[in-house]
Design a binder for this molecule. Structure first.
Ligand code: ZN
Length: 363
């Protein structure tokens, strides 16, 4: 596997935050126009500042990074540019389908409405897709409209998502502080989404444990779990030198396993945010390999490319380096993600065919 250019492999990105994937130079340009002060105006140093802050182990510093990205995403021009470049960057990394998640309620500081910001992002995504198509490439995108779990606009954001479902929005998510803010706080939103048959993914099992995952499944009716890393806490493992067997799955892990609910794992980000509950954890302690061995539906994601200094290609390389995965394993992760996409079955089958063909060409 070493020496292969994994960038060329067709990939699916399911968990990728719009406000966590800006180019440093774009932040600098837009901040200058908005009069927003940055820690530095050198693009290399700024990129490093984001990674260092996210690596610091301080939640305050981690969250401060988003103050700067969100500050420059308050105008139609800013939102369009960020969304357009997001698509170009995914396509350059070999992504053929990307779900772009972001929280419209955080982008109203300059007076835009919820509908206007969703439209601005959609315009940018379409500009990006058109540019790739014009060059003979292929990428499709879908917006995941996110509500902030500590705030109280869940139902309003759910209605926004449904209103734009035929105009680029493919699903709903809640994000932000997980601990202390269970999905049931947004029960009305989730009941409404269910009545509208709108797909839902929920951040769960990242900063909180099994109770949070349980509620994402029950109150949120989540079809996928945003990370879900801590599902491992509901699994009693028997480990030998050569392989991993489970002795017992708890009820929540059993449900996720039996129903093959996709896990949107993001290894680099999970290491930064402490989702792996082991002191001084290294990448090899991440439960990705255990969950994959046991037959859980694992997918590979970037979460916040800017803060983690990563790309989907780099995440695949990290997994290959750490767990010795083969091309066939990487193909499985991409097929899992294609199958889990919030798209019609016909479109998912098309993506799966493109992945199989792309990997066959590569081998
Ligand atoms: Zn996330």
């Amino acid at each position: 596997m070493s020496g292969l250019n994994l960038k060329k492999l067709p990939k699916i990105s399911l968990h990728d935050h719009l406000d966590g994937g800006l180019r440093p130079q774009t932040i600098i340009d837009l901040a200058a126009a908005a009069g927003h002060k940055l820690p530095t105006t050198d693009p290399i140093e700024l990129g490093q500042w984001f990674v260092d802050s996210a690596d610091s182990g301080s939640l305050v510093r981690y969250l401060e990074t988003f103050d700067h990205t969100i500050a420059v995403m308050q105008t139609v021009e800013g939102l369009q540019r960020v969304a357009r470049e997001f698509v170009l960057d995914l396509a350059a990394d070999g992504v053929i389908y990307g779900e772009v998640r972001w929280a419209p309620e955080q982008h109203l500081q300059q007076g835009l409405t919820l509908d206007q910001v969703v439209e601005a992002v959609q315009d940018g995504l379409e500009q990006g897709m058109d540019a790739i198509e014009a060059k003979g490439g292929f990428i499709r995108t879908g917006q995941l409209v996110t509500a902030m779990r500590h705030a109280d606009r869940g139902l309003e954001i759910a209605e926004l998502a449904v209103r734009h479902r035929n105009a680029g929005v493919v699903g709903f998510d809640i994000a932000g502080a997980e601990k202390g803010f269970l999905p049931i706080r947004h029960k009305l939103a989730f009941d409404y989404l269910a009545s509208e048959l709108m797909p839902v993914t929920v951040h769960a099992g990242e900063a909180d444990g099994i109770d949070s995952i349980h509620d994402a499944l029950v109150s949120g009716r989540a079809l996928r779990l945003g990370h879900g890393v801590r599902i491992i806490e509901d699994i009693l493992l028997s480990r030998s030198e050569s392989d991993t067997d489970f002795v017992e799955l708890g009820p929540v892990a059993r449900w996720v396993y039996d129903r093959q609910i996709p896990l949107e794992l993001a290894v680099s980000s999970n290491m930064q945010t402490g989702a792996v509950q082991i002191d001084d954890a290294t990448v090899s302690d991440h439960p990705f390999a255990v969950l994959y061995d046991l037959g859980f539906k694992v997918t590979v994601n970037t979460d916040n490319r800017l803060m983690s200094g990563t790309t989907l290609t780099k995440e695949l390389e990290l997994l290959v380096d750490t767990f010795d995965y083969t091309l066939a394993d990487l193909e499985t992760f991409q097929l899992n993600a294609a199958e889990a996409a919030f798209q019609d079955l016909e479109q998912r089958e098309e993506l799966m065919d493109m992945i199989s063909e792309g990997f066959a060409d590569f081998a």
